[in-house]
Write a new protein. Structure first.
Length: 177
């Protein structure tokens, strides 16, 4: 059986974060985590994140809306999976650095890792989740058996399309894709 966490955490921004919440919800995995000041996302406040069990981090401020929630989600998780388009910078770099400093497991996947691109027998492009990446991530989940999985990574504006990529990848990992 494929390991599923007891709860999926996320910071709730567009892109990788919200995809973790949506994939978990589709599979009836509870969700939660810490949100930014005033429910801030790159598209503005998103108070609907409360419906996913997120709470505004008490140390988040208007001046620095994201850092406290990023750090708290890493510290609260048994494993963070970080999806990004290179280079590793901004909030993704902070997530990675926080995990390292706190000695918390962090598995990094680039968007190129997620997809097996090629051509079908008719020469048409195909795009499907990369079976080797799915297998490796399933092995990590099986080995670490995280009760709390933090899904983090690029926001949609930094890596257009990452929201859909992460959603379908996680569904494939958990046998629903």
């Amino acid at each position: 059986m494929i390991w599923r966490p007891s709860i999926v955490y996320s910071g709730g921004n567009t892109g990788a974060d919200v995809s973790g919440l949506r994939a978990a919800r589709r599979l009836n995995i509870p969700t939660g985590g810490w949100a930014a000041w005033n429910w801030m996302t790159e598209r503005g406040p998103a108070p609907g994140l409360a419906g996913y069990g997120l709470r505004i981090h008490p140390n988040a401020t208007e001046r620095d809306p994201y850092s406290a929630r990023t750090d708290a989600n890493v510290h609260s998780a048994d494993l963070t999976v970080l999806f990004h388009r290179p280079p590793l910078d901004g909030g993704s770099w902070r997530t990675f650095r926080t995990a390292g400093r706190a000695d918390r497991p962090c598995h990094v996947l680039t968007r190129a890792d997620l997809w097996l691109n090629g051509r079908d027998g008719h020469g048409d492009p195909i795009r499907e989740p990369h079976p080797e990446t799915i297998y490796r991530f399933r092995c990590i989940l099986d080995e670490l058996r995280p009760e709390v999985l933090n899904v983090a990574g690029n926001r949609e504006s930094k890596s257009p399309g990452i929201q859909g990529d992460v959603y379908w990848f996680l569904l494939a990992v958990w046998g629903e894709g």
